[in-house]
Structures are given as C-alpha cells and as structure tokens.
Design a protein around this ligand. Structure first.
Ligand SMILES: C[S@@+](CC[C@H](N)C(=O)[O-])C[C@H]1O[C@@H](n2cnc3c(N)ncnc32)[C@H](O)[C@@H]1O
Length: 328
C-alpha cells in the first residue's frame, strides 16, 4: 500500500529541512531503543524535534500501514457502521487519524491525546496538508493519559503503538480508561512481536471481562487458542519513498510491518467465520490455509475440485476473513 498522497507530501516536505544523515543516525538509535523496549531517562523514546522528525521518517509509514490494515478488518466486520467521532490516544503525529479518515472520511470530530509537544506540533503541520475538514479542525490535547482520570467519550477509540510505552503497572487502568471513553468501538494495535501480542491478549481478556464484544481479528469471543510458543500477528506491506529508504538505510522499495491488534465493541459485529493467520501456502492444485475459528486453530486444504471455494481461496491473504460458504 501507499501512504495517502497529502501525508506522503507532508512528510517529504517536513524532512527536507533536516540533513538526511542526521535523521538516519537518529532513526537508527530510535529503532534500537524501540526494539530493546528501553526508553530514554524520563520514560520517553523521543526527546527533541529532530527525534520526532526521525520518527515520522522511519516509523510513521509502517505504523500507518498497520493501523489502516487493522481498521480495514474492523470495517469489514461492521458494514454500514460510520463513526462520527474519533479519539486517537497516544496519537504521536496523528497516524491513526490519517488511517481512520481514509476509511471513514465523514468523521465529524477528531480528538488526539499526546503528551509530547514536539509530536503535537509535527502532527498539526502534517494535518494542514489534508483536505478532510475534521482533520483540519482536529482537537489536539497535550496530556499524560496514564496520569489522568478524565474520560473522552468518542464513537471510535484507537490506541496504536502506545500500550508498550505505558508502564506495566498502569496498563490495566489505561485500557479501562480507553474502554470508558469508547462509545462504540475500541482498537488497540501493538508491534507484531511475542511481547506485543502478549499485551494485546491481556487487553482482549480485560475488555471481554468488561463486556466488550469481538469485532476483529478473532472469529469468536472465546479464550485465545494461540499456544504459549506462538503469537497471532499480521503483516502489511508499505511502499518506501527514496527519502524513506535513505533514512532507514534500506535498499528495498517496500517494507512489511508486522502488527498484533484487537478490535472490540459495545454491540458486537459480524465476526469472520475464520481468520487466515499465516501466508496461504499455494501449491500445484491445492492451497493450505492456517485458520483461527470458533473451534480453535485448524488448517485446511482447498483443492481445485471445489471450483468455487478454490477461486475464492486464491484471493485470500494473511489476515483475510475466511468463509467456507459464499457470502450472501
Ligand atoms: C510509538 S508512538 C506511536 C504514535 C502513533 N500512535 C502511531 O501509531 O504512529 C507512541 C506515542 O505515544 C505517546 N505516549 C506514550 N505514553 C503516553 C502517555 N502516557 N500519555 C500520552 N501520550 C503518550 C508518545 O509520546 C508517542 O508519541
């Protein structure tokens, strides 16, 4: 996938005022810290305007791709649902807002909660490139979400790549606050690592205990059947611009962002019958699918003999919803 053109242009323009070699060095340091899960003193990964610019250069395209992909799965499970208000919690430069506004351009009001002033300023500058009225008029609030008891009621609440920055002792309270702010649907997204999935699994259990109903990706409300040795995650490919490649020091014209997520709502949706949880293995005459279903994890082989199912299975990808019978 490609970034929305206004966002792509906004990032490129933002980066031109900083030397690429400096951004590349900062991106490498940030990447190391994020991977190790070790923030700077003061518990933050980002310390300066240059740090947030490096974040926009090397992480924003990938986190946008992950959020877009998760929200798209959620949208497919809630056809006809059109949120009017969006809360982006731990917004960074407003990544989730850009993704949500691409899928629901009729959003009427957007609130972004972020503790870092430099991030807020960057987010506002990027926003100015959008033509979506609710993005241009978005309300940015400088706040430490882990420290407040305030609730911000919105139809759709998204917390992307932020749970891992909340101290573990506060994470339950953080999820509780997000759920209290959720009018309809809450989406929590984390890196597609064993640790990221573990946090998502904990959030899923906590939300289910609070009465939340599954939307995506799970095809059921039962306990997660994933064994301890494995983790449920998905991948979204995103194009890299020339500048993006320079800052990341990579040659490839794309990258695959791995992410784990959960989307739950107050009313429930049309969950998938099965979810494809690995790349389908396409062989001569048959396709093997690894699925999560309400009966647990399973693998099935679809052969050419079943023409209609084979045709539909050929179009499936890792993360697709699977139905053994055609959609009516
Ligand atoms: C990794 S960035 C993710 C940004 C954005 N959501 C995305 O997906 O690209 C995490 C952001 O959460 C913010 N953050 C972390 N803890 C926070 C807190 N307690 N209150 C408010 N913002 C917080 C950080 O300042 C940072 O901008």
């Amino acid at each position: 996938m490609e970034l929305p053109l206004p966002l792509h242009t906004a990032i490129e323009n933002e980066l031109t005022s900083h030397p690429t070699t400096r951004l590349a060095a900062l991106a490498a340091q940030l990447s190391k810290n994020y991977r190790a899960g070790v923030p700077f003193n003061g518990g933050t990964y980002l310390r300066s305007l240059e740090d947030v610019t490096a974040y926009a250069a090397f992480r924003l395209p990938a986190t946008f791709a992950a959020v877009y992909s998760a929200l798209k799965q959620a949208k497919e499970c809630s056809p006809g649902w059109n949120p009017k208000t969006l809360l982006d919690a731990g917004a960074g430069p407003g990544t989730a807002m850009w993704a949500a506004a691409s899928l629901w351009p009729d959003l009427e009001h957007i609130t972004l909660l972020e503790r870092d002033e430099a991030m807020i300023n960057l987010g506002k500058r990027l926003c100015a490139y959008s033509s979506v009225p609710s993005m241009l008029e978005a309300e940015w609030i400088k706040i430490d979400i882990a420290e407040t008891d305030e609730v911000f009621p919105h139809d759709l609440v998204v917390a992307s790549y932020v749970l891992n920055e909340i101290p573990e002792s506060r994470s339950q309270a953080f999820i509780r606050k997000l759920w209290e702010s959720t009018g309809d649907t809450l989406v929590v997204i984390e890196p597609g690592t064993p640790e990221g999935f573990w946090r998502i699994k904990q959030a899923r259990e906590q939300l289910a205990a609070a009465g939340a109903k599954m939307i995506a990706p799970c095809p059921h409300d039962k306990s997660c059947p994933m064994p301890e040795s494995d983790w449920c995650h998905f991948a979204q490919r995103v194009a890299r611009s020339r500048l993006h490649r320079k800052v990341k020091g990579g040659e490839l014209s794309y990258e695959d962002e791995k992410f784990s997520f959960v989307c739950m709502s107050r009313t429930g949706g049309r969950t998938a019958q099965g979810r494809v949880i690995r790349h389908p293995q396409v062989r001569k005459g048959h396709i093997r699918l690894e699925l999560c279903t309400s009966e647990g994890l399973t693998s099935i082989v679809v052969t050419r003999k079943d023409k209609e199912l084979f045709r539909r299975t050929r179009e499936l990808q890792w993360g697709s919803a699977f139905s053994p019978t055609p959609k009516t």
